[in-house]
Design a protein around this ligand. Structure first.
Ligand code: FAD
Length: 967
């Protein structure tokens, strides 16, 4: 029905070219290049990206570089070398020759020039005055505009203030101009994430007051000047928050009765139609028309990845492109039906099929007001044609251009988003330029396409629960969604008063001893969680005797049966996750999200070891018998393992150590940290309930110096798993060495100086987000937490300023509140050590920022203020400080090798990160050094599309205890 009308447009829109791998590499280069202040790093990046090897890898399949290069303006340098004249020469050779002949400085100049050309294509002006001038010629063609001030999300209050001023000034400039009737008056689009540093559900109070105030000011100003204001749509996790805010704004005097204050709705959201219905009700209730820009949505890849990473039940977006298309059309139909009274439809798409179907709908709804929208730099041929054709048919139609305004250096993040949307092979513009796409498939009506599928869900997109082929993903909760958060938190709070009166569990029974003490919350010492009867040396000996008796029978249980029990433990942990989260908060002082992650990691440990055991050790392994003999490798438990775990991962590490030992046939004596006995007690109860025989797993809750010492010295212990401080590990090692019996395995995971290197190719906003998370979340009490941040001199000031601003936004207080980012540290001993270190630092370093606690009684809690401090050298640090203290060191690019030597000289680091866009740089330093096992945790920030193999954090943080079995 629509085909003949729009197939002619396809032929007219054949100009989009930024859709290939080579384009993305060039985009990566340009994205970083514009902000690198020093020529040396810029040239190193050029060499990295344009080196022969890189191009060979990416171009072997294609020679479409010529198309890309012309789009990118790289031909500027091509002109000099004659690039592209000889069509037979391979692109890889050409690029290599170009770099060799011209040298990086010339390429650098060419790339800057290319950016200017790109800027002209995708940015209407470098500032609002320039944009308004350029806009005039579009108005003559019948287009109006919605101006967008380029920039990314605000990390700091200062950023937010700057963006607000920029929107305000833009409205002033747009409103001060007079406009003829050739097109409707222009408007402005705003991003809420640019106007508040904590535009997040957890900070709803601030959003509904502070962000509300900012938007009200802009709304009043825009209304006074009759400039339409539109709120852009961002990630799905912000949808509910944005609607709450919009509702409040719409009831304000600033918006009521105006009819020019609108928002964007994303059709790829499974909630799109309900949202439109809700908006229709809001418009009816306030008696004010709401303009609605209908888009398909720009964050699909990241929405999918996030849900997989968080282990959620499903996706908030459709999983088939055609479902999004159908949803869009259904929403369009709804909007047109309501256009008479409450809603003003603004259809934003570059898909000619979608446009033509809408025009077909319009014939049904006579005299309904609506407009089309497109992005500046895209779809002009399509819309030029629509405007002309509709005018000729006597139905003049309005079209608005979404027009980015800003400096070229701010263009790239915006452009990358556009590239990800339009570079996807499902995208209409991508298919349009692909000569292999049959025209019929472009013209196919999405409803017909949807009907071809048997199921609504696209099975090619693996569900979050199934991302691991071998085992189920652990279940998460999306706290950003009220419908999930409220029932979850209220069930957790149901355990808030539960008291745990606990003791060691010998053969599954409480074994009280004489010495008792109260268990209190670290963030509120008057809050009692329960009491503990502390084990003495006799209890430890009894546990060992019972475990020794249990071991032989357990070792004979099949691997399959033991693995089955581990799977059952995982299921029971998930079934009891509310109680376990409550305990993680109350006893360990973890915030909600950290507690959920803790349970997930523990669950994943169980499933991971179970599947590994089934896969690798289910049957004996036949080895070659070179001289005709038969060689068979079987695994067997060693005897009784003593598992000593820390308080910072009171369930995850505790469980990981135990289940690895159990599944390989060992009996276990578990000794939890002194501060987190209740969590361990509940965990062991659940393990017993899951089928671990009560005598195979003994829990001994008592002081390390009594219980630990007694057992480590005893020849009855056949191996030790330990996570904790290096000093204790060394002590245990010496004690074991002094034993007379067999030499037994000692597996120790200890701390060290975790460092991160940041060079000037990296994006400061990304760096600061990662740094704040790594250094301060869980109050810095993670073995992997960042301790020493190395910043290249050239960007250090900027990163430090951002870091300071981002730290000011942290909420430090009571972890029982969902709003809290950071709570207290675990106990008085940890607190006094950290405070002493801070006192020492005040003499040798320069405090960058020290965060202040908000709702917490610091006299009644073991609280340490999160602090960033600048020092001269890592050598000034004697040992790891296990808390919220970040040390910042500047470095000169020329001294990089010295920096690496300095880090290596600290002896040991558990994690190591690199922030760089330069692949040569980050792969060079990725290899483990001679001493530290420098594992990269967060380095590869290239701009490639997210791959299907990104691993969730529960996997990235796995600690491998497997060799317990084979040592
Ligand atoms: P099409 O190629 O027909 O559709 C692409 C859409 O399909 C994308 O949304 C993509 O995510 C989706 N898709 C791809 N694969 C799948 C799959 N397997 N399952 C389900 N869906 C899939 N976006 C925002 O998010 N917020 C905004 O505020 C915003 N403002 C915009 C303003 C204007 C004027 C325009 C033109 C676009 C805006 N966008 C915004 C971008 C928009 O959401 C689309 O990404 C873009 O327009 C491409 O959609 P299309 O209809 O042109 O192309």
């Amino acid at each position: 029905m629509c085909k003949p009308y729009w197939t002619r447009w396809i032929l007219a829109t054949h100009s989009w070219t930024l859709d290939t791998e080579e384009g993305i590499i060039l985009m990566c280069l340009a994205e970083a290049l514009l902000r690198i202040p020093d020529a040396e790093t810029a040239d190193a990046l050029i060499e990295d990206k344009l080196s022969d090897a890189a191009w060979d890898k990416h171009l072997s399949q294609s020679d479409s570089l010529f198309v890309n290069a012309s789009t990118w303006g790289l031909m500027l340098s091509g002109k000099v070398t004659g690039l592209g004249k000889d069509r037979d020469e391979k692109p890889a050779t050409l690029i290599g020759r170009m770099v060799d002949r011209l040298g990086e400085p010339v390429i650098r100049a060419a790339m800057y020039q290319a950016m200017k050309i790109m800027g002209k294509q995708f940015v209407l002006g470098r500032n609002i005055d320039e944009a308004l001038k350029t806009a005039d010629s579009n108005r003559q063609k019948g287009y109006t505009h919605s101006f967008d001030m380029l920039g990314e999300a605000a990390l700091t209050a200062a950023d937010a203030k700057r963006y607000q001023q920029s929107y305000f000034d833009a409205i002033t400039a747009i409103g001060s101009k007079s406009y003829d009737d050739s097109a409707p008056r222009p408007g402005i689009s705003i991003k809420l994430s640019a106007l508040h540093p904590r535009y997040e559900e957890s900070q709803r109070d601030r959003v509904l007051s502070e962000l509300y105030d900012s938007v009200i000011k802009l709304t009043q100003h825009a209304r006074a000047l009759d400039i339409q204001l539109t709120i852009d749509a961002e990630e799905m996790d912000r949808l509910e928050l944005s609607l709450h805010l919009f509702q409040k704004l719409y009831h304000s005097d600033a918006a009521k009765g105006w009819g020019n204050f609108g928002l964007v709705v994303q059709a790829y959201s499974t909630r799109a139609l309900p949202v439109l219905h809700w908006l229709n009700c809001l418009a009816a209730e306030t008696g004010t028309r709401i303009p609605v820009r209908l888009v398909k949505g720009a964050y699909w890849d990241s929405e999918i990845k996030l849900c997989q990473q968080m282990g959620l039940d499903g996706y908030p977006v459709f999983t088939r492109k055609v479902n999004t298309d159908v949803s869009y059309l259904a929403c369009a139909n709804y909007l047109l039906a309501k256009a008479q009274d409450n809603l003003f439809p603004q259809f934003a798409t570059h898909n000619a099929q979608t446009v033509s179907t809408i025009l077909h709908f319009v014939e049904k709804y006579q005299n309904r007001q609506f407009e089309f929208q497109r992005l500046h730099g895209m779809g002009h041929e399509l819309y030029d044609k629509v405007l002309r054709q509709e005018k000729n048919r006597g139905n003049p139609t309005d079209a608005r251009i979404y027009a980015p305004v800003g400096a070229h250096k701010d263009l790239l993040p915006y452009l990358v988003r556009r590239l990800l949307e339009n570079g996807a092979n499902t995208s209409f513009v991508h298919k349009l330029v692909d000569p292999n796409t049959p025209v019929d498939s472009l013209a196919a009506h999405p409803v017909r396409e949807v009907k071809k599928h048997n199921s609504f869900y696209n099975t090619a997109i693996v569900k979050p629960g199934d991302i691991f082929a071998e085992r189920p993903n652990s279940k998460g909760v999306n706290l950003h969604i009220e419908g999930q958060r409220q029932p979850f938190i209220s069930t957790v709070n149901g355990f808030a008063d539960k008291q745990y009166h606990i003791a060691s569990l010998i053969n599954g029974k409480d074994h009280p001893c004489e010495k008792k003490k109260a268990i209190v919350s670290p963030y509120n010492h008057s809050q009692v969680v329960g009491s503990i009867s502390l084990a003495d040396a006799d209890t430890a000996k009894l546990a060992l005797a019972e475990a020794r008796k249990a071991y032989p029978a357990w070792n004979k249980v099949s691997v399959q049966q033991r693995a089955k029990i581990l799977h059952h433990i995982a299921d029971l942990y998930e079934a009891h996750r509310h109680e376990l989260v409550s305990l993680c908060i109350r006893e360990a002082g973890k915030v909600f999200q950290d507690s959920i992650d803790e349970i997930r990691e523990a669950v994943d440990f169980c499933r991971y070891y179970a599947t590994q055991a089934e896969k690798n050790w289910g049957e004996p392994l036949m080895l070659p018998g070179p001289t005709g003999e038969s060689n068979e490798l079987q695994i067997s438990g060693r005897g009784v393992f003593f598992c000593i775990s820390p308080w910072n991962f009171p369930l995850a590490i505790f469980t990981g150590q135990i289940v690895a030992a159990l599944v390989t046939g060992n009996a276990v004596i578990a000794k939890p940290a002194d501060s987190t006995n209740s969590i361990a007690y509940r965990a062991v109860q659940l393990m017993h309930a899951a089928g671990v025989p009560a005598n195979v797993l003994q829990l001994v809750c008592g002081p390390g110096e009594i219980v630990g010492q007694t057992l480590v010295e005893d020849d009855g212990i056949d191996g030790i798993c330990f996570t904790g401080s290096t000093a204790t590990a060394k002590h245990l090692n010496r004690t074991l060495a002094a034993r007379q019996g067999a030499i037994v395995p000692f597996i120790a995971e200890t701390g060290g100086q975790n460092a991160m290197l940041v060079d000037s190719t990296s994006l400061p906003e990304q760096v600061v987000t990662d740094v704040v998370h790594s250094a301060f979340m869980s109050a810095g009490q993670r073995c992997s937490a960042l301790r020493v941040l190395y910043l290249q001199n050239d960007i250090a000031d900027k990163v430090i300023e951002l870091l300071k601003g981002a730290m000011q936004e942290l909420v430090i207080g009571n972890p029982e509140s969902y709003k809290t980012d950071i709570g207290s540290v675990i106990d008085a001993r940890a607190q006094s050590g950290l405070l002493a270190h801070l006192a020492h630092l005040s003499g040798i370093g320069k405090i960058i920022y020290q965060a202040k606690p908000t709702a917490i009684d610091t006299d009644n809690a073991t609280f340490v203020p999160p602090t960033a401090v600048e020092i001269d050298s890592i050598k000034q640090l004697e040992k790891e400080q296990f808390g919220p203290i970040l040390h910042v060191i500047r470095f000169n690019r020329k001294n990089l090798n010295q920096v690496i030597d300095d880090i290596n000289s600290t002896g040991y680091g558990l994690t190591f990160g690199i922030h760089s866009r330069n692949e040569t740089f980050y792969t060079a330093y990725r290899a483990p050094g001679p001493k530290p096992a420098a594992r990269i945790i967060c380095c590869v920030l290239s701009m490639k599309k997210p791959s299907a193999t990104i691993l969730p954090p529960s996997v990235v943080t796995l600690r491998y205890w497997c060799w317990v079995a084979v040592d």
